[in-house]
Design a protein around this ligand. Structure first.
Ligand code: GDD
Ligand code: MN
Length: 358
């Protein structure tokens, strides 16, 4: 089967020539019938002209020139229009993705996988040369994406799929995360992840800016199937949390003042009482379950999520205060917010999973 490998470029003159020769070698060694489709956005560094000249050396190279920098996903989207293969591959031009994995991906797709993904985050996958800030961002974004997919590395820019897979979907071409878009919209049944070492670019610079974060979050939002439902669950959950805090304080006061219990003991008791109160209200009201349905298992899970959220709370409080030099009261405010989100997602996805709307 024929493979079309789409490579978007913007100012990649220092990388692309080397990349193409490695890709060509991989095609030859493994007998892959492959064409290369470079989509260049009129790179000021002359990448487009270099590609035109290379056409003499590579018979299977096509180059699409677009008038200006129109974005990574949109470059792939447009590249698809001139790609002739039944199998489509996508990779970055900056040597971050090893072309030596292409044959493995190709074999996976020709032997039944609907999509093969070069994965940094599965066992044996690695990242080299990225700053810790970039790693942290990438991890955070990946965790969020896991709401929608089980794929270990749904943000990878290195993947291959059968063209058929996307024939019925509309690809939103804003932003950088086209793989996630494909996964969410096509829900492929057979996915093969192949571990890769991602080597962050040595030459040139990343084209991802703050705008990508915005597009990313906006896309995620659009992927939620039952938005209204989630919003109301979120607010109901928050309201229950506020009520629970009052229950907690009321019992602390009553048990200490009227039952004469030492205040640290009554604080522990009122913690358990308010937790139980929150659990019942969330079960019945926020997530609309029968009270009796798996009562004890769910109670246990609710408790476990609360403990985990508490752990995260303390951890964030520490990190914000010590490493980011934030005043500890402000840190705690932020940390409570983080813990709240953990609580909500944990309970929605795990404790009350049956009624979960995503
Ligand atoms: N034609 C075109 N137009 N190409 C572009 C544009 C554009 O506007 N923006 C970026 N590219 C090309 C780059 O030249 C490079 O070949 C590839 O797209 C990736 O761009 P980078 O700027 O290197 O992106 P990155 O390293 O921050 O992000 C990559 O890795 C991420 C994983 O950490 C991308 O593959 C992301 O999709 C991926 O999530
Ligand atoms: Mn890159």
């Amino acid at each position: 089967m024929k493979l079309s490998l789409i490579i978007p470029t913007y100012n990649e003159r220092e990388n692309i020539v080397n990349l193409l020769s490695r890709v060509k070698k991989e095609f030859e060694v493994h007998n892959i019938d492959g064409e290369i489709v470079v989509v260049d956005d009129n790179s000021p560094d002359g990448t487009g002209e270099i590609m035109e000249n290379l056409k003499n050396t590579y018979s299977s190279l096509s180059v699409m020139h677009r008038p200006g920098k129109l974005g990574l996903s949109s470059a792939i989207h447009d590249g698809l229009r001139i790609a002739g293969g039944e199998i489509i591959g996508v990779m970055d031009a900056d040597l971050s993705h090893p072309p030596e994995r292409l044959s493995e991906m190709y074999n996976a797709v020709t032997s039944g996988a609907e999509i093969a993904i070069g994965s940094r985050y599965m066992a044996l996958g690695r990242i080299e040369g990225s700053s810790w800030q970039r790693r942290l961002m990438s991890r955070g974004a990946t965790i969020l994406a896991r709401i929608f997919t089980e794929v270990e590395d749904p943000m990878s820019g290195f993947f291959m799929f059968r063209r058929d897979l996307i024939k019925n979907i509309e690809i939103n071409s804003r932003g950088f995360k086209i793989l996630l878009e494909i996964l969410v919209k096509t829900k492929p049944g057979k996915i093969t992840e192949i571990p890769i070492t991602f080597t962050d670019r040595r030459a040139g610079e990343s084209k991802a800016g703050l705008g990508e974060i915005f597009f990313y979050l906006r896309n995620l939002w659009a992927y939620l199937p039952n938005r209204r439902n989630i919003v109301s669950e979120f607010f109901q959950f928050a309201l229950v949390g506020i009520l629970g805090t009052f229950v907690n304080l009321a019992f602390l006061y009553l048990l200490t003042e009227y039952a004469g219990i030492y205040y640290l003991i009554s604080a522990s008791l009122s913690f358990i009482i308010s937790l139980t109160f929150n659990f019942i209200l969330n079960k019945l009201w926020t997530f609309r379950e029968m009270l009796k349905d798996k009562l004890m298992i769910k109670y246990g899970r609710f408790f476990a999520v609360a403990l985990a959220a508490f752990g995260v709370n303390i951890f964030c409080l520490y990190v914000f205060t010590e490493f980011f030099d934030i005043y500890y009261v402000i840190s705690q405010t932020l940390a409570i917010g983080v813990a709240f989100i953990i609580n909500f997602i944990g309970n929605k996805k795990w404790t009350f999973t049956k009624n979960s709307s995503f």
